[in-house]
Design a binder for this molecule. Structure first.
Ligand SMILES: [Fe+2]
Ligand SMILES: [Fe+2]
Length: 193
């Protein structure tokens, strides 16, 4: 399994979590009883794994991609800019969830809005990465010493093991089957209209 396979495997696990989160968010929007701590676990996990490990690893990979072909600059800039946007979206969602859990004044619409933004940005981001920079990397890069070093840096971090376990327990609660990118986009539209 090379570094791109690992990143794509992360994306597939992320899909499952986003589906699970969306199920809860749809219920919340419909005024049904939801599992708020579970809803919170997902962006917490996201902040601590994807924002801290997955995206920075991609940033390293994307910088290397530019070394091989400066024409990749725009798709790489786009992906790196989306990482910043995802950090902000995660923080905003966590603030809304924190308010909901504390039973302070919470504007239901704000949680729904920030949740939907988190879902949409992530789905758009994964699609962009897999269609553009990942596809370009697959053609341009070999699994060389740099990629191996990056992988070792991630594997050696004990945080990953911990969050893989957390992720496995979250995934047990997800009911939807895994979908490919096209199915996912279609489902996203159908659920919210
Ligand atoms: Fe990314
Ligand atoms: Fe990614």
């Amino acid at each position: 399994m090379d570094i791109l396979d690992e990143l794509i495997a992360d994306h597939r696990r992320l899909y499952s979590l986003l589906n699970l989160f969306e199920d809860e968010l749809l219920a919340y929007a419909a005024d049904e009883v939801v599992d708020l701590p579970l809803m919170q676990d997902i962006p917490i996990y996201y902040a601590e794994y994807f924002n801290r490990y997955h995206h920075p690893l991609e940033d390293c990979l994307f910088e290397r991609l530019i070394d091989y072909g400066p024409q990749q600059q725009s798709s790489v800039d786009n992906a790196i800019g989306q990482h910043d946007g995802l950090k902000r979206a995660t923080a905003r969602l966590l603030t809304a969830l924190d308010r909901a859990l504390r039973d302070t004044v919470v504007i239901r619409a704000e949680l729904v809005k920030s949740g939907r933004l988190f879902l949409r940005q992530n789905r758009e981001h994964v699609r962009h990465e897999e269609l553009r920079p990942f596809a370009q990397a697959r053609q341009s890069l070999t699994i060389d010493a740099t990629a191996q070093a990056l992988r070792q840096r991630i594997d050696m971090d004990s945080g990953r093991r911990h969050y893989d376990i957390t992720l496995a327990s979250l995934q047990m609660e997800t009911a939807r089957p895994e979908m490919d990118l096209a199915d996912y986009e279609q489902a996203q539209g159908a659920l919210w209209h």
